[in-house]
Design a binder for this molecule. Sequence first.
Ligand SMILES: *[C@@H]1O[C@H](CO)[C@@H](O)[C@H](O)[C@H]1NC(C)=O
Ligand SMILES: *[C@@H]1O[C@H](CO)[C@@H](O)[C@H](O)[C@H]1NC(C)=O
Ligand SMILES: *[C@@H]1O[C@H](CO)[C@@H](O)[C@H](O)[C@H]1NC(C)=O
Length: 369
Amino acid sequence: MVSSSLVSISGKMVFLLAINSLLCIPHLAHSSTCTNPPIIFNFGDSNSDTGGLLAGLGIPIRFPNGRAFFRRSTGRLSDGRLLIDFLCQSVNASLLSPYLDSLGSSFSNGANFAVVGSTTLPRNVPFALNVQVMQFKHFKDFSAELASTGVNGLVSYDQFRDALYMIDIGQNDIADSFAHGLSYAQVVKKIPSILAEIKNAIKEIHDQGGRKFWVHNTGPLGCLPQKLALAQNISQSLDSIGCISSYNVAAKLFNEGLLHMCTELRTEIKDASVVYVDVFAIKFDLIANSTSYGFSNPVTACCGAGGPPYNYERRVGCGYPGYQVCDEGSRFVSWDGIHYTEAANSVIASKILSTDYSTPPLAFDFFCQ
Ligand SMILES: *[C@@H]1O[C@H](CO)[C@@H](O)[C@H](O)[C@H]1NC(C)=O
Ligand SMILES: *[C@@H]1O[C@H](CO)[C@@H](O)[C@H](O)[C@H]1NC(C)=O
Ligand SMILES: *[C@@H]1O[C@H](CO)[C@@H](O)[C@H](O)[C@H]1NC(C)=O
């Protein structure tokens, strides 16, 4: 099935799609001046999982996930590319293989440790942030061990030092807390321990030689159709644009803490670059001003069940019996009620690349080798 959002893509893009499906690992000929793309290691949850859940637990992510770009499900929760895919392509880097994917993967330009549903706490369970960092250490140690036996094409010591380390996590820590019935005040009390985990992860990667960090803050949780649909049943107060106030205020408090933590880190690990990106502001603007970005249904899931206003039902996930999917994914911000469409991710990525939302405002291609 070819989606209408694919049809709306220019002839040039369709040509590239055909090439991509032959190469397996897609490249996109963005006008990047990056002749040596950075090696990238990513840690996080479904916002940046490029197939880790499928590889790690075998849980299928069903079509129509992937329909808009890959034209097959790749294990991403979206109709197409995620933010991280657009960021990779902006520097002419290959899309990241999930660390756990044992077939068809190339790790010469980095690896993706992110897995759907991941949290920072509790630790030591698959695939908590500290587990992802331990996996990274194993990856690094094993690369050195194999290199010493003469294996080629591995990430080298210098490349680990020069690599870009990206982190996008925290959303599930906050969301799960609300879902388990914690009050706003109780959720807020958990924020410092979530932040401590992220700080710890960055320091451990720094101890391993990493020097370049790129940290995404968390999005407006209270604007997700899933949360709105569930909140109908538990009566939550909505803000002026129709999002759940308490969820968004908690997300903002987390983000303030994350910004502060990044500032602290810059004084504690002086030889490192730490870029904090305000993804919340970008996503909130996209939802509040959706029509000016060409979207018409900011809080309706394209792929779900139950119809408007949210098209989300807990028991009928996208791709599972009974789901309904919109024709024009490019008109929707939300893909499945939790994750964003490729069209939304594309807008968000271009705003991230503008540096207007970054502290400090380092361009993404600063990290080219
Ligand atoms: C982008 O990557 C491709 C394949 O690795 C390479 O052939 C091409 O020269 C790169 N383009 C730029 C602008 O660096
Ligand atoms: C809300 O409650 C109704 C009635 O109990 C139920 O049918 C519906 O599935 C619930 N909505 C969600 C999103 O769980
Ligand atoms: C929506 O757009 C207006 C005009 O550009 C801007 O002032 C406002 O801050 C935007 N809303 C959000 C939530 O960003």
